[in-house]
Structure formats: structure tokens, C-alpha cells
Design a protein around this ligand. Structure first.
Ligand code: MOS
Length: 701
């Protein structure tokens, strides 16, 4: 019998296995592991955006009662490599951005550490800084590749000629601001250096325990086998915990400076805004050329973004445009401006989220210019094969998402003409739609082990991470079906480098990668032990490199429908209804999937209307660095949100048929909101977030 012939548990509506522990407070986040006699670390952050530290006086800090150590670049352990300057923590006097770690206090209490950190006197020789993204910047450059290894630029066909001969052209520039991930659990690492055993243990909040280990170990001249990373529960990450950041290094530095006692480093909410990554601001020019019937003849998507001078990060914002719609001529480009700013990094659907905001806004502008239904415009431009690679799609159900969503949302009869559309209560009400895509990704290398326990029970071991997405539960579901046993016969162990190697919980790749490894482990168990499994038997399996071998273009799709109500006097926008339909492969657990889709769309509405990290050009500081001033969508902001999905059976993606669902929900949502605002008011805002002032200035008042 082939694996997964019977799928009883995959697709079943199981509650989270970690739920009871979460609600009773027994699921430890990084700071909460019961450790004896802990110390506390509070970092000191640079107050200039560029310069050199001339003196650091830690005398006053050291005199605070309870202070055990103050680390600076003058006394911190030397690290082995400066290849990654983000991780080159307390190693030299240079300051590359405001909010960089320049010192750290270790004390007997968090309060003492914080008080003493305030007393560390740092003097700088300040240099002029440059923190503003401009497309005409003299240091503008072409990165060698963009995030996730994509080509920087692509061009096919005669784009200029296509645009020149097109019956209708949309040529607009869209801008998006810096955005910061704000997981509920701020980034935290607890370090413990055992001097006798020569082992470093990090209790971390991370999307990949093994990735933290393989980054940290060599920096400290340690073998990977000397480093343990433990993260059984993670309070959100969205990409900001996907790669180790400076705090992981700092936690190890202070732990080794004060051996044999655990040192807890929990960043404050404010610190997240300078050391834990953020979504780069973007400037995106979209050019669409079409015939009168809406057939695209040319697409160009040119992107300008920032990176930190100390480390390159190139968001792949134009990449989704490469495969989204058919057109004989297509161009995408990415340009970077290096600035004296914190290091940008991953934030839910890096590339796809800002890129599809611009692309799907432009498609709506084209629909308006043609006077056509924006759904029909998208359907008309459906490609038969992937325009980028020429490969067939493993499955592509974008049209089904649009059609199903249209029916559920009540799209028929919509007035496509943008205008002031007052409702009975005086608000201007309109609707919008956008399409969504996200690549199906599977990282090679995850290993999983299956142990046969007593009485028909099994244990799955894999170092995967559960960010709150449901990994504890879904991996058990996959294993149960592979083994042909009920869910409650399967235990799961995750989130620890003591377990077999696992790749990152990122790029919506988790279930695809870890689930595949589990299937391979079950296959090996059967091969090695037959069907008569005795307690004590064990087997391991490894997820191979599927994408390299695949002849298919593999993507998830979605369509978001949004209704907005705009206050004609204040310009305030509310979002009474959001509805998304997704085609994202086999859904392992509908309850958990719904929460991923809804979470993604909520973050998309938040992107559209509120989230904006404000950089003060004079200080190089993200000034609204807390949850009072950086507004993340709350329950009150999201009155009604529905997530639906198409039953999709894609045999090519992997044996489970899963595509990954962590990011598809956010992609497209911001464009759907912007398109709805335009439909309601006739005002097109091309600069996120769509705040009331922009709506009023756009001609509402
Ligand atoms: Mo997600 S931004 O790939 O962790």
C-alpha cells in the first residue's frame, strides 16, 4: 500500500495539541524556561546613525547594585568572522545604524540591568548619515541576486515596443513604507555557557533551531555539536525570527562572559524596531500595455528598495510579476540603495506582499481604464504555462478562486465605475478585488525520525518550529496517515537541536519540507522493519531537493474581496468585509488553515491602512517604535473576515499535496483594499498606508 493512500487525519479538523499548555501557561516561551539562578541582560543601543564610538564609560553602570558585568567592544570576546556585519556584535567602534548594540549589562535582576544600561555613557564621533530612500541616489546599485536566490532582472520580448503600440497603457508608481514585524513574543534568547562541559545552550525564539546553531557555533569557534538550541514554542515570527539576528550573538557573548549561569536577553518592543529586521520601503513603477479587449501586450515592473550599508538584503518585490499574467513582453528589475539604516529582512511574504500590492493595483487601474470587470481582466490574461520558465503549472486555480469568491462575496452587479458611492448611513462604500500568489517551496535537508513505542504508539522527532501556526498538530496528522494509525497514537517532538535536522519555518515551506521528511521516515520504517513493528524500532528519512528536479511551476493562488466604508468628512476607512478564497493544495487542518489565512489577510489590511515605520531623517530613528504608535490591526479593525478554499489535489508538489499556507493570505490583500477605496471614492492612493489625510488630500473634501 502506498503511503497516504488513506487520508483520515490529513484534512481533519483537530484542535491544536499545544492549546491546553498555551492557555494554562505551561508552554514556555524563550524567557520562561525554568532555569536556576538566572541573570538578566539589557543592551545599550547606539544613539547615532553613523559614526565611531570614542569612549564608553561603564563605571556608573558597574556600581549599580546587582550588576555582574558590562560588555562593550573593548572587553567582549572576539568573534571568528566578520563576514556578516549584522552579527559582528560588540567587536569594533563603528556604528552602522541607529539602534545598533554598543554595550550590554548583565545583572541579577532585569530592573538592575535596565537601570545600569541607562548609565553607560557612550561618546561618539558622529558622521553625516543618509537614511532616505531615493530612486536617484548616487549609490544605487544592482544586487547580484534578490532574496530567495531569484534573478535580479528579467526581460523577454519587446517591452518598449509593446507599450508604444498598446491601445491602453497604465504607467504608475507605487510606494510602500518600511514595516516592522511585531510578534506577540519579542525576540528573546537565554544563553547558558557550561564551562566544564564546554557547551553553549540557547533557549531561543526562532523559526529554525538548527539555523541558529550553524550560525552561532562558528562565530564562537565552537563545533556545532557544542551548541544546543531549544525553542519548543514560539510566539510568532512572520520572518523576523527566520534568521539569527544580533541579539542571538549578544546572548551567546554575555553567556560566555558570565559562565555557568543562564543569562536572559529579552528585547523590549522598542528594540525590535532596530535589531530584528523589517520590510524595506519600496518604490515600484508598473507599466501595463493592453489591447482594447484587455489582452496584455507588455508588462514592466521596476523596483527600488533600500538596504543597510552594513549588510545587503534585496527584497524580491518584482518576482511575482514574472509568472502572474501572460504577455509577450515582460521586464522586471530590482535596484538597491545602501543607507545608514537597520538591516532589512523577512516579513511575511517578502517580495510578494509589496510587489503584488503594486501589480494588483495596476491591474485594477487597467480595468478601470478599459471600463471592464477587474475579474474578467485577470481571467483574460491567464497564462497556459508559466511565462517565466515556460514550464507547465503543477496546478493553477486562480480563476476558480476569483469565480468562487465573486459568488460568495456578491460581486455580480458591482458598479465598476469608480465614484462617490454613498450608502444609507452616509459612508462612501465600495468593493475591490485582487489576486494573490505565493510559490510552493520545499527546503531540502530536513530529517525526521520515527520511533515505535509500546502498544501501537509512535513518536515523530524533527527539529521543526511551531510559531503558533500549528506544527505540533499538523506533523502528527501527516505521520498518523503515513503510519495508518489514529492521530492519538502519534507523539511529536519538535523545536530542539537535539532532534534531527530541520529547515526553517519560512517561505511557507514548513509542512512541505518537514512532512516530506516524515513520509520518508515512515517509508524507511516499513522498508527496514516490515509491517510487524516492534517497540524500539526506529527509522529516519530525509526530504530531498524536489524543486531542482521538478519540471513544473508550482504556486498557490488566492483572491481577496474587500468592502470598504469611507467617512466622507474625515477620510477614515473601515473594512466591514473581507473574503478570501485560496487554492493552496491539500489543507492539512481546516481549523489551523483558517487561522493562517485570516491572519494573513488581517496583516494585509493592516499593511494597507495602518502599518508604517516612520524614519526620522534627522536622527535615523524609527520614531514610532512601539505598539501605541505603530498600529497593527486589532479585533475592532476587522469586523468580518471569511476564508475559503478550493479543494485542490496537486500530485506534483509533494506526496501530501500541500502547498504551504503561511503567506498566501497577506499577498494581494493590500491591493484589494486600495482598489475598494478607489471604487468607493474615485480616489487612487498609490502610497501605503492609505491614511485619512491622503484620502482627503486626494479630493474627498
Ligand atoms: Mo516567512 S517571511 O518566509 O518567515
Amino acid at each position: 500500500m502506498a503511503l497516504l493512500d488513506q487520508q483520515q487525519e490529513i484534512g481533519a479538523d483537530h484542535a491544536r495539541r499545544d492549546g491546553p499548555a498555551k492557555v494554562t501557561g505551561t508552554a514556555p516561551y524563550a524567557a520562561e524556561h525554568p532555569l536556576e539562578d538566572p541573570l538578566y541582560c539589557h543592551p545599550v543601543l547606539s544613539t547615532v546613525a553613523r559614526g565611531t564610538i570614542t569612549t564608553i564609560d561603564s563605571g556608573a553602570a558597574e556600581r549599580v547594585e546587582g550588576v555582574v558585568a558590562v560588555l562593550t567592544h573593548e572587553n567582549a570576546e572576539r568573534l571568528a568572522s566578520d563576514e556578516d556585519k549584522e552579527l559582528w556584535v560588540l567587536q569594533d567602534a563603528e556604528v552602522g545604524f541607529r539602534g545598533q548594540f554598543v554595550a550590554a549589562v548583565v545583572a541579577e535582576s532585569a530592573e538592575a540591568a535596565r537601570e545600569a544600561a541607562e548609565l553607560v555613557a557612550v561618546a561618539y564621533e558622529q558622521q553625516a548619515h543618509d537614511v532616505v530612500l531615493r530612486t536617484d541616489h548616487e549609490d544605487l546599485y544592482v544586487p547580484e541576486q534578490v532574496n530567495a536566490g531569484f534573478e535580479t532582472d528579467t526581460e523577454e520580448g519587446d517591452v518598449a515596443g509593446g507599450l508604444a503600440s498598446a491601445a491602453v497603457v497604465v504607467d504608475q508608481t507605487y510606494t510602500t513604507p518600511a514595516n516592522h514585524n511585531n510578534p506577540m513574543e519579542p525576540h528573546t534568547t537565554v544563553g547558558l555557557w557550561s564551562s566544564e562541559a564546554k557547551r553553549l545552550t540557547l533557549y531561543d525564539s526562532t523559526q529554525q533551531v538548527h539555523g541558529v546553531r550553524s550560525t552561532i557555533a562558528p562565530l564562537f569557534g565552537l563545533d556545532e555539536t557544542q551548541v544546543d538550541v531549544v525553542a519548543p514554542h514560539v510566539g510568532g515570527g512572520f520572518g523576523s525570527k527566520g534568521e539569527p539576528h544580533a541579539h542571538n550573538v549578544l546572548a551567546a557573548l554575555v553567556a560566555r562572559a558570565v559562565p555557568d549561569r543562564p543569562v536572559k536577553l529579552a528585547l523590549t518592543r522598542q528594540m525590535l524596531f532596530s535589531v530584528a529586521g523589517y520590510r524595506t520601503p519600496t518604490v515600484q513603477r508598473l507599466q501595463l500595455g493592453a489591447e482594447r479587449d484587455g489582452t496584455l501586450v507588455a508588462i514592466a515592473h521596476d523596483v527600488w528598495e533600500q538596504t543597510s550599508r552594513i549588510k545587503e538584503y534585496a527584497e524580491q518585490s518584482a518576482v511575482p510579476t514574472r509568472s502572474m499574467y501572460a504577455s509577450p513582453a515582460r521586464r522586471t528589475t530590482h535596484r538597491l540603495v545602501p543607507l545608514d539604516v537597520p538591516v532589512p529582512s523577512w516579513m511575511r511574504a517578502p517580495g510578494e506582499n509589496p510587489g503584488m500590492y503594486a501589480g494588483e493595483s495596476a491591474m485594477d487601474e487597467l480595468a478601470v481604464a478599459l471600463g471592464t470587470d477587474p475579474i474578467e481582466l485577470r481571467v483574460r490574461n491567464e497564462p497556459d504555462i508559466d511565462p517565466d520558465t515556460g514550464n507547465p503549472f503543477s496546478s493553477r486555480n486562480l480563476v476558480a478562486c476569483l469565480r468562487d469568491g465573486a459568488q460568495r462575496f456578491g460581486w455580480a452587479g458591482r458598479d465598476h465605475h469608480p465614484s462617490r458611492k454613498p450608502s444609507s448611513n452616509g459612508y462612501l462604500v465600495g468593493t475591490g478585488v485582487a489576486a494573490s500568489t505565493y510559490p510552493v517551496s520545499r527546503m531540502p535537508g530536513t530529517e525526521a525520525a520515527i520511533d515505535v513505542l509500546e502498544r501501537g504508539r509512535f513518536c515523530v522527532r524533527v527539529g521543526a518550529a511551531d510559531l503558533g501556526t500549528g506544527t505540533w498538530t499538523t506533523l502528527a496528522q501527516v505521520a498518523a496517515d503515513a503510519l495508518g494509525v489514529p492521530l492519538n497514537h502519534v507523539d511529536v517532538q519538535i523545536g530542539d537541536t537535539a532532534l534531527p535536522y530541520a529547515t526553517v519555518a519560512g517561505g511557507s515551506s514548513g509542512i512541505n519540507s518537514w512532512g516530506t521528511a516524515i513520509l520518508e521516515a515512515v517509508r524507511a520504517l516499513r522498508d527496514e522493519h516490515g509491517d510487524s513493528l516492534t517497540a524500539g524500532s526506529t527509522a529516519t528519512g530525509t526530504a530531498g531537493d524536489a524543486e531542482a528536479a521538478s519540471d513544473y511551476a508550482m504556486y498557490a493562488y488566492g483572491a481577496q474581496f474587500v468592502e470598504v466604508a469611507v467617512d466622507p468628512d474625515t477620510g477614515e476607512i473601515t473594512v466591514p468585509r473581507v473574503l478570501g478564497v485560496f487554492a493552496a493544495g491539500r489543507i492539512v487542518n481546516p481549523r489551523l488553515a483558517r487561522s493562517q489565512f485570516i491572519g494573513g489577510m488581517t496583516m494585509g489590511v493592516s499593511t494597507a491602512l495602518w502599518e508604517q515605520s516612520v524614519m526620522d531623517p534627522h536622527t535615523g530613528h524609527f520614531v514610532n517604535h512601539d505598539l501605541a504608535e505603530y498600529h497593527v490591526a486589532t479585533h475592532a479593525d476587522i469586523p468580518s473576515m471569511e476564508a475559503h478554499w478550493i479543494e485542490e489535489h496537486d500530485p506534483h508538489v509533494n506526496a501530501m499535496g500541500t502547498k504551504g499556507i503561511g503567506e498566501i493570505g497577506i499577498v494581494g490583500t493590500a491591493a484589494a483594499v486600495a482598489n475598494a477605496v478607489h471604487n468607493a471614492t474615485g480616489i487612487r492612493i498609490r502610497d501605503l498606508p492609505i491614511t485619512p489625510d491622503k484620502v482627503l488630500m486626494g479630493g474627498l473634501s
